[in-house]
Ligand binder design. Structure first.
Ligand SMILES: [Zn+2]
Ligand SMILES: [Zn+2]
Length: 149
């Protein structure tokens, strides 16, 4: 893992390239999100607060929104759940979501994006497929089995 100051320098460059001002909260959001991918806004708020005690939840929401708009981070919206965020972008990877504990993990794309094609594309050129696989994670499978006994 990169030392923190290097990561932050890198993020500062990313923000500047996207035309966003470099703020402590933005750097902190990107920093914690790198270490805690697929977190939702309230979890990120807790983590940013550890670095910047005066931060407000609204500031975290606003910055998440700005970073998504600038395509610096990605939001994942599993149906019926809070949005999750991650810094891993542009690789067409997918997600596995546990129906029981809401855990989210990355599922790498098998081929070149889009790795899936619809049966009919309606004349669209398609550059990305975003897939959410729903199921039961290994630890929930175990606790379900234990519960049956
Ligand atoms: Zn689970
Ligand atoms: Zn992911």
């Amino acid at each position: 893992m990169l030392p923190l100051y290097l990561v932050k320098t890198d993020f500062a460059t990313t923000l500047k390239h996207a035309g966003l001002s470099v703020t402590a909260v933005r750097l902190s959001v990107l920093d914690v999100l790198t270490h805690h991918p697929h977190s939702d806004a309230s979890r990120l708020y807790e983590l940013v607060q550890q670095q910047i005690p005066t931060v407000s939840i609204q500031a975290v929401y606003n910055n998440l929104h700005a970073l998504v708009e600038a395509k610096i981070i990605r939001d994942i919206k599993p149906k019926g759940q809070l949005s999750r965020y991650e810094t891993r972008m542009h690789d067409n990877h997918h997600h596995l979501v546990c129906r029981h504990c809401d855990s989210v993990v990355d599922a790498d794309c098998k081929g070149v994006a889009p790795c899936l094609s619809p049966s009919y594309n309606h004349g669209f050129t398609i550059d990305e497929a975003e897939v959410i696989f729903w199921g039961t994670c290994p630890s929930c499978q175990l606790s379900t089995q234990n519960g049956d006994r």
